[in-house]
Design a protein around this ligand. Structure first.
Ligand SMILES: Cc1cc2nc3c(=O)[nH]c(=O)nc-3n(C[C@H](O)[C@H](O)[C@H](O)COP(=O)(O)OP(=O)(O)OC[C@H]3O[C@@H](n4cnc5c(N)ncnc54)[C@H](O)[C@@H]3O)c2cc1C
Length: 513
């Protein structure tokens, strides 16, 4: 990098080079902005791995009102209906913007967008590119646009390790460069750090998606929302590879069946069958596996011989483990895939900390409720990025406050992964969550390499303990029913630590929760 980073101090800083960070940076132009990414742009971001595409009501038989109804139904009573309405109504324009930017969406010979079908959508409304290479194509276009925008300074290979907050407002970011720590003074930071899959043993996310942005926000005192809602995708390719290769829902949208080792379609009796909402399908697969069965996707009849042409990325992942989907059944099982919860934000991405915004998977806008409707996350990121940029641009210039940089240890989630995988999987119970909260507290307090992952795990576990009901992706075997009233949840790291301390000193769950 030729620029002296000290010359860049004072600019808004965007942390994260996925679809949310890149789109926010583009919308901020021509305001000079600094974009930090741990990996080279386009690598190690879930955005580049997205297969299905982006949901938007663009079909002739479709309407944003129908998209909204499907989103609210999948969200199981927990969506913020107003936020969801604004986002889905803005989705068609956001797709047009991407096409104008140069994204080559799949089209019919007549030039119309090809629209795919995914679970719990009542219409074909998934815009895709390169068959199942949607994320790769969107990222290609965004990266090219960012690289040719002179006001966006991109620094790759660096990691934001702490937000510095004074009197409730952001004053800068502590960043780890290969040459050592650097303090970047700024009063405006956008977190766009993606998801949390790297905190689980079985996930479809890049390993680097391990909730680091959530740790930054939590330690800055930000309010976090709906953390207990973690989505498990029902169909990850069951094998030794980590992260687990995803087999998109679009495959079931094209007619693939879920069968067990006897060939039985065990979801046939469930409403919506293979295309029921994700939480329902994931639980059914989980239960069937727990009952001793094996579970497979059968694509041999539908989509059949056209499979590899429609889904080249998935066909290639199968071929690497010796499976020919046109001939063989594909072994699958659920894996952590997406986080509905995150940093609580309004639709301008403003968090509870002054000078801190969040966008993309890390943000909790209220769109997804208890269960994300397939392909609503890329849409949410591109739609909200515009509003986040407008909000950042409208906030008064604040160059932050210089401070001395100091070293913080690199974080490693390996001690936390088994704990979270055990207690925060497809099924949870109070005892497992309590046990995990007690185990995470000392890891957090040791201030070592597991401290940030443990902090994130702790807020998850306490949020899941506090929700004494089952709803959407949060299923408690000890509270298997809906509560009478659906309420979104909010928590801070301090509150979670206080609860865990009380839990550690109290043998009974009831005294704390
Ligand atoms: C396999 C797969 C398929 C999917 N398919 C779809 C789909 O078809 N449709 C859909 O809507 N959604 C899909 N999703 C979900 C969707 O891809 C993500 O929700 C979305 O891409 C998140 O975008 P983002 O910009 O928030 O985060 P990401 O794209 O994950 O980007 C995060 C960025 O932050 C950087 N970063 C993280 N921490 C730091 C730090 N401390 N310092 C500096 N940089 C940091 C990372 O390196 C990365 O560049 C899929 C997800 C996966 C994993």
């Amino acid at each position: 990098m030729s620029t002296d980073v000290r010359d860049l101090a004072g600019r808004p800083v965007i942390i994260g080079g996925g679809i949310a960070g890149l789109t926010t940076a583009l919308h901020l132009a021509p305001e000079p902005v600094l974009l930090l990414s741990r990996s080279p742009l386009g690598a190690d971001a879930s955005s580049a791995w997205a297969q299905g595409g982006l949901a938007a009501s663009l079909g002739e038989d479709d309407d944003p009102a129908l998209h909204l109804a499907d989103t609210l139904a999948a969200g199981d009573g927990l969506c913020d209906a107003q936020a969801a309405r604004r986002i889905v109504y803005a989705a068609p324009t956001a797709i047009e913007d991407l096409a104008r930017l140069g994204v080559r969406f799949d089209r019919t010979p007549a030039g119309a967008l090809r629209l795919g079908l995914e679970a719990a959508h009542s219409r074909r409304r998934i815009v895709h590119a390169g068959g199942d290479g949607s994320g790769r194509e969107v990222m290609r276009a965004l990266v090219a646009a960012v690289r040719s925008t002179p006001t966006i300074e991109v620094i790759e290979g660096v990691e934001a390790r702490r937000l510095v907050v004074e009197d409730g407002r952001v004053t800068g970011v502590l960043v780890s460069f290969s040459t050592g720590p650097v303090f970047l003074a700024t009063g405006r930071v956008v977190l766009a750090t993606g998801g949390i899959g790297g905190l689980f043993l079985d996930s479809t996310n890049p390993l680097g998606s391990c909730g680091q942005g959530l740790a930054l926000a939590a330690r800055a005192g930000a309010v976090l929302a709906d953390l207990e809602f973690i989505q498990f995708h029902p169909t990850a390719l069951d094998g030794p590879r980590r992260p687990m290769p995803l087999i998109s829902e679009a495959v079931r949208g094209e007619g693939a069946a879920l069968v067990d080792e006897t060939g039985r379609r065990f979801l046939a009796g469930v409403r919506g069958a293979e295309l029921a909402p994700r939480d329902i399908v994931a639980r059914a697969v989980w239960k069937h596996l727990a009952d001793g069965h094996r579970v497979f996707l059968d694509v041999r009849e539908r989509p059949g011989a056209a499979f590899a042409q429609h889904f080249p990325t998935i066909a290639s992942a199968c071929s690497k483990v010796g499976i020919d989907p046109a001939r063989d059944l594909i072994p699958i099982r659920p894996a952590q895939h997406y986080h509905m919860g995150g940093v609580a934000v309004d639709l301008g991405g403003r968090t509870s900390v002054q000078g801190l915004w969040a966008c993309g998977e890390i943000a909790s806008t209220g769109l997804h409720g208890a269960n994300r409707l397939a392909s609503n996350s890329l849409t949410e990121a591109v739609v909200c990025a515009r509003w986040v940029a407008e909000s950042v641009a409208a906030s008064p210039y604040d160059g932050g406050k210089p401070a001395v940089a100091h070293d913080l240890p690199a974080q490693d989630p390996k001690l936390v992964r088994p704990l979270l995988s055990h207690c925060l999987g497809v099924m949870r119970d109070g005892e497992g969550l309590k046990e995990t909260a007690r185990a995470l507290l000392p890891l957090l307090q040791r201030h070592g390499a597991a401290s940030d992952p443990a902090a994130v795990g702790l807020v998850f576990a306490v949020a899941a303990l506090l929700r004494r009901e089952s709803r959407g992706a949060h299923f408690r075997t000890d509270f298997p029913h809906h509560a009478a009233v659906a309420r979104r949840s909010q928590i801070t790291l301090d509150a979670a630590i206080a609860a865990a301390r009380e839990l550690a000193s109290s043998p009974t769950l009831e005294s704390v929760f």
